[in-house]
Every structure is written in structure tokens, then in C-alpha cells.
Design a protein around this ligand. Structure first.
Ligand code: SF4
Length: 422
């Protein structure tokens, strides 16, 4: 079976490309060209039949991902499916099922079945849970089992998979040698590093990369090259281990493209404001313009409880510098599994960042929406404002007891500027 990248390279136009072109308000040739250059990816597994594809990359609006999924300590599949619905309603452009508890296979299939947005997974979590249940050690998986799990996720219809192929032995040695404060904060990165040090072998996702690409190509699953050595604190940001991994990810990006596989590259993490732009420039240069999927970034380490705001600040700056895809952060970050309300708040916070960048980058639909909102404000058109708002339910809830549409807003009362100077 072909991939969207192979079709584009052959000059073909697919229904998936047409859908994205129409959603973005650009020509289908622009979509195809972005796939050819690798500056865009459209994660769209052949088996994900409920999908309405989304374009991720330079030519498109900034996209937002919401993470959900069970944990070993908190396993409520119905709640995770509700999070899926809430995330999509709030405007998430993709979701990642990061489940590590309960019947993960059944939940993954149900999420793919119900999701209209692309679904991503981190298959090594699945392999680690299986290993833990069998041996009591999450890093007790074997490479064959890991590859089988990856193939299973592809068969189940996920559209993109995070694989930490750039966590090499020498990069892990660098983490040790440089005495990082927060060592390795990526779950996938830590599992692979543990396995490599114990087995004294290279990362199987690195040595078996060609085999991996064959599996992904068969299903047109986009590889999201994970940043297993991303900094987990400002003090570790942009250090040599992170950059060494990024250099490897650049090489792996080209190899994936050569195999016809679509690519995104993941990025940090915890980064101070003044280093975000440099991080994006480095990624775009080393990975030849491949879509950059940033996890936040979080611009301070001390805001637990408010990290959706910390992440949105970082996401806006990263987006302005060229990042394409923002992974949301919820108020529960660093504290626990997000609640349904946390998921909603996290998506809205990242959507604000993405929308602000779209406006600044001249995206017509984004600019027009704000202009319509302003007109409604000037006209004191409250239903219109609710329609244009990012979170209509929240606006409605706040206005619920205001029956007098002439005097809805209580801020200035008789001094309402819109009435005084109409
Ligand atoms: S009362 Fe004040 S804040 Fe409210 S709509 Fe009028 S000018 Fe705006």
C-alpha cells in the first residue's frame, strides 16, 4: 500500500490531500508540494475509517494534540473515552492514547473507532506494561516483542507513533557524563536507556530502523521521532545530550523520507523563553524542515497546577519561531493523570497559543474570526460573541443568569463605552 508521501512524490492527488486543502483554504497542489518537501505530514492510517485528516506543517494552521489514556494506578476506560469527546469538542486536532493500564488493546481500538482526529500512540509503553506484568520489570521487554507491538498498533489504525529511535548508547552515556539534573524524563527514553545499559546493546529502534520503516510504510503510519532525551528542567535545556539526539533525528528523518514514510520530529520539554527560538531553528535546520511537534514547551519549572498556562506561553513562542504542532499541557502536569476538566482546560490553553500564532502569521480564517468577534463586541451582540468564542460553553455558563440582553455585561453598567460612544 502507498503512503501520502509516496503519492505526492509520484505527483498524485489523493482524497486525503483534497480534504486537507479544503480545510486549510489552500490549493491541493500546495498540500502535495508540502508532502514532497517533507515540510508537512498528514497522519492518516488506511485502517482509520472515521478519520477526518489534518495537515501538520509549515503550509497549514498550527495544530494541537491532547494526550489521554489510562495508567496502572487509574484505569477507567469510559472516562478516557469521555476525555476523547471533550478534547475534540474543545478543538483538539489530534489525540494520543498513552494508556498503560487495563485492556489497552481494546481501549486503543475504541479510541481509533470513535476518533475523527488523528490518533497517536507510544508503543513502547504497551511493551513495557506487558514486560512488567510478566517479569516485574518494565524494561524487561525484548526487541522482537517491541516490534510486534508496533505492528499491532499500526494494524489497529493509529495514525502516528512516537518512537524514540535517536536515544543511542553514546547519547545516554552523555547524559551520565554530563550529570544532568533531571536525567531522563521521557518514559520511552528512560525505558530504552535502562534496557541498553543493562543489555549492553544499541537501541533496537535505531539498529532495526529499516525494518521499522517497512512496517510504518505498509500502513501509512507517520513516525513521530520522539525526543527521549528532552530536558526535564530549565537547567538541562539545550544541553549536549539533547542536541546529540536531535542530530541523530535529523539523519533518521531523511532515511524515513527515502523510504516513503511521513515524519514529524518531537521537541522539548522544559525550555527558558530565550532559548525556544534557537531550539526551533536547530530542529528545522537539522531535520530539513520536517514538522516540529513541541511538548509545551514549559517556560518555567515552578508552576505545577498552572502548567497549561506555562505550556501555552512556550507554545506561542515556539509557534512564532516555526513549530507546527503543539502538544497540550494540562493543569495536572507533574501532579497526576488529568481529569476531564483538565483536558478541556489544556486544549483551550493550547488553542489560544495556536490561534494567536495563526493570526500573527497571516492565516485569513484566524484573522477573520477575531474581526467578527470585535464587530459583535462593538454591537453588544452577545449570541454572536458566543458563536465566535473559543469556549462558547464557558461564556454561556457565565451569562446564564443574564436575561436582559441590553445589559448583559456588568463591568461598566451606565458607563458602558459601547453605549456611551455608539
Ligand atoms: S459594560 Fe464595559 S466591559 Fe461590558 S461591554 Fe460595555 S464597555 Fe465592554
Amino acid at each position: 500500500m502507498s503512503t501520502q508521501r509516496i503519492a505526492a512524490l509520484e505527483g498524485r492527488i489523493t482524497d486525503v490531500m483534497r480534504h486537507v486543502a479544503s480545510e486549510e483554504g489552500i490549493s491541493v497542489e500546495e498540500v502535495r508540494d508540502a508532502l514532497v518537501s517533507g515540510e508537512a505530514a498528514i497522519p492518516a492510517n488506511h485502517a482509520h475509517t472515521s478519520l477526518k485528516p489534518k495537515g501538520i506543517g509549515k503550509a497549514f494552521t498550527i495544530k494541537v494534540n491532547a494526550n489521554l489514556g489510562t495508567s496502572l494506578a487509574c484505569n477507567d476506560p469510559e472516562m478516557e473515552l469521555e476525555k476523547l469527546r471533550v478534547a475534540i469538542k474543545a478543538g483538539a486536532d489530534a489525540v494520543m492514547d498513552l494508556s498503560t493500564g487495563g485492556d489497552m488493546e481494546e481501549l486503543r481500538r475504541e479510541i481509533v473507532r470513535q476518533s475523527t482526529v488523528p490518533v497517536g500512540t507510544v508503543p513502547i509503553y504497551d511493551a513495557a506494561v506487558r514486560a512488567y506484568e510478566r517479569t516485574g520489570d518494565p524494561a524487561g521487554f525484548n526487541p522482537i516483542e517491541l516490534f510486534d507491538v508496533i505492528e499491532k498498533h499500526c494494524e489497529d489504525g493509529v495514525d502516528f507513533v512516537t518512537l524514540h529511535c535517536g536515544v543511542t548508547r553514546s547519547a545516554v552515556k552523555r547524559v551520565r557524563d554530563t550529570n544532568r539534573t533531571t536525567r531522563i524524563v521521557s518514559r520511552g527514553g528512560s525505558l530504552l536507556a535502562n534496557w541498553m545499559e543493562r543489555e549492553e546493546q544499541e537501541n533496537p529502534l535505531y539498529t532495526g530502523y529499516d525494518q521499522l520503516l517497512q512496517i510504518l510504510r505498509k500502513h501509512d503510519v507517520t513516525i513521530s521521532l520522539g525526543d527521549g532525551l528532552r530536558p526535564g528542567s530549565l537547567i538541562d535545556a539545550t544541553d549536549s545530550a539533547q542536541i546529540q539526539e536531535l542530530i541523530t533525528l535529523g539523519e533518521l528523518t531523511q532515511r524515513a523520507w527515502d523510504a516513503g514514510v511521513q515524519v514529524m520530529v518531537e521537541g522539548p520539554g522544559h525550555v527558558p523563553l530565550h532559548e525556544i527560538q534557537a531550539n526551533v531553528v536547530l530542529q528545522k535546520s537539522l531535520c530539513k524542515g520536517a514538522p516540529f511537534y513541541v511538548l509545551g514547551p514549559l517556560v518555567t519549572d515552578i508552576a505545577a497546577g498552572y502548567d497549561h498556562i506555562t505550556g501555552a506561553i512556550g507554545g506561542a513562542i515556539a509557534g512564532m519561531a516555526g513549530a507546527d504542532f503543539l502538544c497540550y499541557v494540562t493543569p495536572a502536569e507533574h501532579l497526576g493523570l488529568p481529569t476531564i476538566e483538565d483536558v478541556h482546560e489544556g486544549v483551550i490553553a493550547s488553542k489560544i497559543a495556536a490561534h494567536a500564532v495563526d493570526i500573527a502569521k497571516g492565516k485569513k480564517s484566524a484573522i477573520e474570526r477575531d474581526a467578527r468577534m470585535s464587530k459583535c463586541r462593538a454591537d453588544l451582540d452577545w449570541p454572536g460573541q458566543i458563536e465566535m468564542g473559543l469556549d462558547p460553553d464557558k461564556m454561556k455558563a457565565r451569562l446564564a443568569d443574564k436575561l436582559d440582553l441590553e445589559n448583559v455585561c456588568t463591568m461598566c453598567d451606565k458607563l458602558c463605552a459601547m453605549k456611551v460612544f455608539s
